[in-house]
Design a protein around this ligand. Structure first.
Ligand code: GDP
Length: 324
Protein backbone atom coordinates (compact mmCIF):
# COMPACT_ATOMS: atom_id res chain seq x y z
CA UNK A 1 0.00 0.00 0.00
CA UNK A 2 1.29 3.45 -0.89
CA UNK A 3 1.69 5.57 2.20
CA UNK A 4 0.28 9.09 2.17
CA UNK A 5 2.66 11.13 4.29
CA UNK A 6 6.24 9.85 4.29
CA UNK A 7 8.02 9.90 7.59
CA UNK A 8 11.71 10.64 7.89
CA UNK A 9 14.00 7.72 8.62
CA UNK A 10 17.68 7.90 9.47
CA UNK A 11 20.11 5.76 7.50
CA UNK A 12 23.73 6.73 8.06
CA UNK A 13 26.19 6.45 5.17
CA UNK A 14 29.34 6.93 7.26
CA UNK A 15 31.70 3.97 7.03
CA UNK A 16 29.52 2.18 4.44
CA UNK A 17 30.65 0.84 1.07
CA UNK A 18 28.61 2.84 -1.43
CA UNK A 19 28.39 1.75 -5.08
CA UNK A 20 27.64 4.53 -7.56
CA UNK A 21 26.63 2.80 -10.80
CA UNK A 22 27.21 5.15 -13.73
CA UNK A 23 29.84 7.42 -12.13
CA UNK A 24 31.02 8.66 -15.55
CA UNK A 25 27.62 10.13 -16.35
CA UNK A 26 26.48 13.62 -15.33
CA UNK A 27 24.32 12.31 -12.47
CA UNK A 28 26.69 9.64 -11.18
CA UNK A 29 29.62 12.07 -11.18
CA UNK A 30 27.57 14.58 -9.18
CA UNK A 31 26.58 11.88 -6.67
CA UNK A 32 30.25 10.93 -6.24
CA UNK A 33 31.13 14.62 -5.60
CA UNK A 34 28.31 14.94 -3.07
CA UNK A 35 29.19 11.70 -1.25
CA UNK A 36 32.65 13.04 -0.42
CA UNK A 37 31.02 14.79 2.56
CA UNK A 38 29.47 11.58 3.95
CA UNK A 39 32.53 9.71 5.21
CA UNK A 40 31.71 6.60 3.18
CA UNK A 41 33.81 4.45 0.89
CA UNK A 42 32.79 5.10 -2.71
CA UNK A 43 32.89 2.16 -5.13
CA UNK A 44 32.87 2.71 -8.90
CA UNK A 45 33.69 0.66 -11.96
CA UNK A 46 34.05 1.66 -15.59
CA UNK A 47 32.57 -0.19 -18.55
CA UNK A 48 35.77 -2.12 -19.22
CA UNK A 49 35.77 -3.43 -15.66
CA UNK A 50 32.07 -4.30 -15.69
CA UNK A 51 29.54 -3.84 -18.49
CA UNK A 52 26.29 -3.32 -16.56
CA UNK A 53 24.20 -4.73 -19.43
CA UNK A 54 25.89 -8.13 -18.91
CA UNK A 55 24.48 -10.10 -16.02
CA UNK A 56 27.50 -12.34 -15.43
CA UNK A 57 29.86 -9.33 -15.29
CA UNK A 58 27.61 -7.52 -12.81
CA UNK A 59 27.35 -10.61 -10.61
CA UNK A 60 31.09 -11.12 -10.63
CA UNK A 61 31.96 -7.49 -9.92
CA UNK A 62 29.35 -6.93 -7.21
CA UNK A 63 30.13 -10.22 -5.43
CA UNK A 64 33.72 -9.03 -5.26
CA UNK A 65 33.06 -5.36 -4.37
CA UNK A 66 30.38 -6.20 -1.72
CA UNK A 67 28.64 -2.82 -1.52
CA UNK A 68 26.34 -2.00 1.43
CA UNK A 69 24.51 0.72 -0.48
CA UNK A 70 23.86 1.40 -4.18
CA UNK A 71 22.87 4.45 -6.22
CA UNK A 72 21.69 3.27 -9.66
CA UNK A 73 22.62 6.26 -11.83
CA UNK A 74 23.74 4.24 -14.86
CA UNK A 75 21.45 4.59 -17.87
CA UNK A 76 21.39 5.21 -21.58
CA UNK A 77 19.99 8.75 -21.75
CA UNK A 78 19.47 11.42 -24.36
CA UNK A 79 17.35 14.22 -25.70
CA UNK A 80 14.15 14.12 -27.67
CA UNK A 81 15.69 13.17 -31.03
CA UNK A 82 17.97 10.45 -29.69
CA UNK A 83 15.06 8.92 -27.80
CA UNK A 84 12.90 8.95 -30.88
CA UNK A 85 15.49 7.50 -33.26
CA UNK A 86 17.37 4.96 -31.10
CA UNK A 87 14.51 3.05 -29.42
CA UNK A 88 16.47 -0.19 -29.04
CA UNK A 89 19.29 1.48 -27.10
CA UNK A 90 16.91 3.29 -24.77
CA UNK A 91 14.72 0.25 -24.08
CA UNK A 92 17.18 -2.66 -24.09
CA UNK A 93 20.18 -1.03 -22.39
CA UNK A 94 18.09 0.42 -19.59
CA UNK A 95 16.13 -2.78 -18.95
CA UNK A 96 19.34 -4.79 -18.74
CA UNK A 97 21.24 -2.32 -16.56
CA UNK A 98 18.48 -1.96 -13.99
CA UNK A 99 17.52 -5.65 -13.90
CA UNK A 100 21.14 -6.71 -13.42
CA UNK A 101 22.08 -4.09 -10.84
CA UNK A 102 18.90 -4.29 -8.76
CA UNK A 103 18.74 -8.09 -8.62
CA UNK A 104 22.45 -8.52 -7.96
CA UNK A 105 22.36 -5.80 -5.28
CA UNK A 106 19.77 -7.85 -3.44
CA UNK A 107 21.69 -11.09 -3.94
CA UNK A 108 24.92 -9.65 -2.50
CA UNK A 109 23.15 -8.14 0.51
CA UNK A 110 22.93 -4.43 -0.36
CA UNK A 111 21.04 -2.85 2.54
CA UNK A 112 19.67 0.14 0.71
CA UNK A 113 19.39 1.01 -2.98
CA UNK A 114 18.15 4.09 -4.79
CA UNK A 115 16.99 3.84 -8.39
CA UNK A 116 16.48 6.83 -10.66
CA UNK A 117 13.36 7.25 -12.76
CA UNK A 118 12.61 10.36 -14.81
CA UNK A 119 9.71 12.79 -15.10
CA UNK A 120 9.16 11.60 -18.70
CA UNK A 121 7.68 8.37 -17.41
CA UNK A 122 4.49 10.15 -16.36
CA UNK A 123 1.63 10.21 -18.90
CA UNK A 124 1.98 12.63 -21.79
CA UNK A 125 -1.02 14.68 -20.72
CA UNK A 126 -0.81 14.27 -16.94
CA UNK A 127 -2.36 17.06 -14.85
CA UNK A 128 0.29 19.66 -13.96
CA UNK A 129 2.15 19.83 -11.68
CA UNK A 130 2.52 16.04 -11.76
CA UNK A 131 2.23 14.16 -8.49
CA UNK A 132 3.73 10.74 -7.92
CA UNK A 133 0.21 9.27 -8.21
CA UNK A 134 0.08 10.21 -11.92
CA UNK A 135 2.27 7.21 -12.77
CA UNK A 136 0.51 4.76 -15.13
CA UNK A 137 -2.71 6.77 -15.34
CA UNK A 138 -2.49 7.48 -19.09
CA UNK A 139 -0.66 7.03 -22.39
CA UNK A 140 3.03 7.97 -22.60
CA UNK A 141 4.65 10.69 -24.70
CA UNK A 142 5.53 8.79 -27.93
CA UNK A 143 9.00 10.37 -28.41
CA UNK A 144 10.36 8.94 -25.18
CA UNK A 145 8.13 5.92 -24.58
CA UNK A 146 11.06 3.51 -24.93
CA UNK A 147 13.03 5.09 -22.12
CA UNK A 148 9.85 5.54 -20.08
CA UNK A 149 8.83 1.87 -20.31
CA UNK A 150 12.30 0.78 -19.21
CA UNK A 151 12.35 3.21 -16.29
CA UNK A 152 8.84 2.22 -15.18
CA UNK A 153 10.02 -1.41 -15.12
CA UNK A 154 12.96 -0.36 -12.91
CA UNK A 155 10.71 1.48 -10.45
CA UNK A 156 8.39 -1.51 -10.32
CA UNK A 157 11.30 -3.89 -9.77
CA UNK A 158 12.34 -1.88 -6.70
CA UNK A 159 8.75 -1.93 -5.47
CA UNK A 160 8.58 -5.68 -6.11
CA UNK A 161 11.78 -6.25 -4.11
CA UNK A 162 10.29 -4.27 -1.25
CA UNK A 163 7.09 -6.30 -1.35
CA UNK A 164 8.38 -9.81 -1.93
CA UNK A 165 11.79 -9.69 -0.26
CA UNK A 166 11.48 -6.86 2.26
CA UNK A 167 14.40 -5.01 0.61
CA UNK A 168 14.84 -1.30 1.37
CA UNK A 169 14.98 -0.31 -2.31
CA UNK A 170 13.59 3.13 -3.16
CA UNK A 171 13.28 5.29 -6.26
CA UNK A 172 13.41 8.97 -7.12
CA UNK A 173 11.93 10.78 -10.11
CA UNK A 174 14.10 13.67 -11.28
CA UNK A 175 12.87 16.36 -13.62
CA UNK A 176 14.96 17.53 -16.64
CA UNK A 177 18.56 17.92 -15.51
CA UNK A 178 21.53 20.03 -16.56
CA UNK A 179 24.96 20.98 -15.27
CA UNK A 180 28.65 20.09 -15.48
CA UNK A 181 29.33 16.84 -17.29
CA UNK A 182 26.26 17.17 -19.54
CA UNK A 183 26.26 15.82 -23.10
CA UNK A 184 26.93 18.62 -25.61
CA UNK A 185 26.64 16.42 -28.71
CA UNK A 186 23.81 18.05 -30.67
CA UNK A 187 22.40 14.76 -31.98
CA UNK A 188 21.96 13.28 -28.51
CA UNK A 189 21.81 16.17 -26.06
CA UNK A 190 18.96 17.70 -24.14
CA UNK A 191 17.83 21.22 -24.80
CA UNK A 192 20.12 23.18 -22.42
CA UNK A 193 23.49 21.89 -23.62
CA UNK A 194 22.22 22.00 -27.22
CA UNK A 195 21.19 25.65 -27.06
CA UNK A 196 24.30 26.62 -25.13
CA UNK A 197 26.56 25.08 -27.73
CA UNK A 198 24.53 26.48 -30.64
CA UNK A 199 24.60 30.01 -29.18
CA UNK A 200 28.33 29.72 -28.47
CA UNK A 201 29.14 28.56 -32.00
CA UNK A 202 26.82 31.14 -33.57
CA UNK A 203 28.66 33.87 -31.63
CA UNK A 204 32.07 32.65 -32.75
CA UNK A 205 30.94 32.39 -36.36
CA UNK A 206 29.07 35.76 -36.26
CA UNK A 207 25.87 34.02 -37.43
CA UNK A 208 22.84 36.31 -37.54
CA UNK A 209 20.49 33.59 -36.27
CA UNK A 210 20.37 30.21 -34.56
CA UNK A 211 17.83 27.40 -34.66
CA UNK A 212 15.63 26.29 -31.81
CA UNK A 213 13.74 23.02 -32.34
CA UNK A 214 9.97 22.94 -32.21
CA UNK A 215 7.67 25.87 -31.54
CA UNK A 216 9.34 27.20 -28.38
CA UNK A 217 6.02 26.80 -26.57
CA UNK A 218 6.60 23.61 -24.55
CA UNK A 219 7.36 24.21 -20.90
CA UNK A 220 10.01 22.33 -18.96
CA UNK A 221 11.34 22.33 -15.41
CA UNK A 222 15.13 22.24 -14.99
CA UNK A 223 17.15 21.08 -11.99
CA UNK A 224 20.89 21.56 -11.53
CA UNK A 225 22.58 18.17 -11.21
CA UNK A 226 24.35 19.15 -7.95
CA UNK A 227 20.93 19.85 -6.43
CA UNK A 228 19.77 16.46 -7.68
CA UNK A 229 22.78 14.73 -6.11
CA UNK A 230 22.07 16.46 -2.81
CA UNK A 231 18.43 15.32 -2.98
CA UNK A 232 19.43 11.73 -3.77
CA UNK A 233 21.78 11.54 -0.80
CA UNK A 234 19.05 13.11 1.34
CA UNK A 235 16.52 10.48 0.19
CA UNK A 236 18.98 7.66 0.75
CA UNK A 237 19.44 8.86 4.32
CA UNK A 238 15.90 9.92 5.16
CA UNK A 239 13.32 8.15 2.98
CA UNK A 240 12.01 4.62 2.90
CA UNK A 241 8.78 3.78 1.08
CA UNK A 242 7.06 2.13 -1.89
CA UNK A 243 6.25 5.29 -3.76
CA UNK A 244 8.76 7.13 -5.85
CA UNK A 245 9.63 10.72 -4.86
CA UNK A 246 9.66 13.57 -7.38
CA UNK A 247 12.82 15.72 -7.42
CA UNK A 248 12.55 19.13 -9.02
CA UNK A 249 12.35 22.84 -8.37
CA UNK A 250 8.57 23.18 -8.72
CA UNK A 251 9.03 25.89 -11.40
CA UNK A 252 9.01 25.67 -15.19
CA UNK A 253 9.84 27.88 -18.17
CA UNK A 254 8.84 28.00 -21.86
CA UNK A 255 11.57 26.79 -24.24
CA UNK A 256 11.50 30.18 -26.04
CA UNK A 257 12.23 31.97 -22.72
CA UNK A 258 14.93 29.47 -21.85
CA UNK A 259 16.56 30.07 -25.25
CA UNK A 260 16.52 33.83 -24.65
CA UNK A 261 18.08 33.36 -21.19
CA UNK A 262 20.84 31.16 -22.62
CA UNK A 263 21.57 33.71 -25.37
CA UNK A 264 21.96 36.40 -22.68
CA UNK A 265 24.39 34.26 -20.72
CA UNK A 266 26.43 33.33 -23.79
CA UNK A 267 26.14 36.94 -24.97
CA UNK A 268 24.69 36.02 -28.34
CA UNK A 269 22.60 38.80 -29.88
CA UNK A 270 21.30 37.05 -33.00
CA UNK A 271 17.76 36.03 -33.86
CA UNK A 272 16.09 32.79 -32.66
CA UNK A 273 14.53 30.81 -35.51
CA UNK A 274 12.05 28.14 -34.45
CA UNK A 275 11.97 24.91 -36.46
CA UNK A 276 8.52 23.33 -36.18
CA UNK A 277 9.65 20.31 -38.23
CA UNK A 278 11.44 19.13 -35.06
CA UNK A 279 9.34 17.55 -32.29
CA UNK A 280 8.00 19.62 -29.39
CA UNK A 281 7.51 16.55 -27.23
CA UNK A 282 5.15 16.76 -24.32
CA UNK A 283 3.55 20.22 -23.90
CA UNK A 284 4.48 20.61 -20.24
CA UNK A 285 6.49 18.71 -17.66
CA UNK A 286 6.36 20.16 -14.17
CA UNK A 287 6.71 18.06 -11.05
CA UNK A 288 4.76 18.46 -7.85
CA UNK A 289 7.55 18.39 -5.29
CA UNK A 290 5.44 18.60 -2.13
CA UNK A 291 6.34 15.07 -1.07
CA UNK A 292 10.05 15.90 -1.07
CA UNK A 293 9.60 19.32 0.52
CA UNK A 294 7.42 17.61 3.15
CA UNK A 295 10.46 15.52 4.04
CA UNK A 296 12.51 18.72 4.39
CA UNK A 297 14.47 19.16 1.14
CA UNK A 298 14.36 21.90 -1.48
CA UNK A 299 16.47 22.94 -4.50
CA UNK A 300 18.97 25.78 -4.00
CA UNK A 301 20.33 26.69 -7.43
CA UNK A 302 18.35 29.29 -9.42
CA UNK A 303 18.13 28.65 -13.17
CA UNK A 304 20.11 31.70 -14.24
CA UNK A 305 22.89 31.01 -11.76
CA UNK A 306 22.97 27.32 -12.75
CA UNK A 307 23.08 28.12 -16.46
CA UNK A 308 25.92 30.60 -15.95
CA UNK A 309 28.07 28.13 -14.04
CA UNK A 310 27.28 25.40 -16.58
CA UNK A 311 28.38 27.72 -19.38
CA UNK A 312 31.65 28.39 -17.53
CA UNK A 313 32.12 24.61 -17.27
CA UNK A 314 31.42 24.28 -21.00
CA UNK A 315 34.04 26.94 -21.81
CA UNK A 316 36.64 25.14 -19.72
CA UNK A 317 35.88 21.73 -21.28
CA UNK A 318 34.86 22.59 -24.84
CA UNK A 319 37.96 21.13 -26.43
CA UNK A 320 36.82 17.71 -25.21
CA UNK A 321 33.66 17.83 -27.31
CA UNK A 322 33.60 16.43 -30.80
CA UNK A 323 33.64 19.03 -33.54
CA UNK A 324 34.65 21.99 -31.37
P1 GDP B 1 12.35 16.32 -23.52
O1 GDP B 1 12.09 17.03 -22.22
O2 GDP B 1 12.33 14.84 -23.42
O3 GDP B 1 11.42 16.83 -24.59
O4 GDP B 1 13.87 16.63 -23.91
P2 GDP B 1 14.75 17.77 -24.60
O5 GDP B 1 15.54 18.46 -23.57
O6 GDP B 1 15.52 17.10 -25.69
O7 GDP B 1 13.76 18.80 -25.29
C1 GDP B 1 13.00 19.73 -24.55
C2 GDP B 1 12.31 20.70 -25.49
O8 GDP B 1 13.30 21.59 -26.02
C3 GDP B 1 11.59 20.07 -26.69
O9 GDP B 1 10.39 20.77 -26.90
C4 GDP B 1 12.57 20.33 -27.83
O10 GDP B 1 11.94 20.39 -29.10
C5 GDP B 1 13.12 21.70 -27.43
N1 GDP B 1 14.38 22.08 -28.09
C6 GDP B 1 14.61 23.25 -28.72
N2 GDP B 1 15.82 23.27 -29.30
C7 GDP B 1 16.40 22.07 -29.01
C8 GDP B 1 17.67 21.50 -29.31
O11 GDP B 1 18.51 22.09 -30.01
N3 GDP B 1 17.92 20.26 -28.81
C9 GDP B 1 17.00 19.58 -28.04
N4 GDP B 1 17.33 18.37 -27.57
N5 GDP B 1 15.78 20.10 -27.76
C10 GDP B 1 15.49 21.32 -28.23
Amino acid sequence: MAEKKPHRVNFDLAGKRVFVAGHRGMVGAAVVRRLAAEGCEILTVDRKGCDLTRQAEVERWMADARPDVAFVCAATVGGILANDTRPVDFLYDNLMIEANVIKTAHDVGVKKLLFLGSSCIYPQLAAQPMTEDALLTGALEPTNQWYAIAKIAGLKLCEAYRRQKGADFISAMPTNLYGPGDNFDLAASHVIPALMRKAHEATLAHRPSMQVWGTGKPRREFLHVDDLADALVFLMKHYSGDQTVNVGTGEDIAIADLAAMICDIVDYGGELVFDPSKPDGTPRKLLDVSRLSGLGWRARTGLEEGLSSTYRWFLEHQTEFRGL
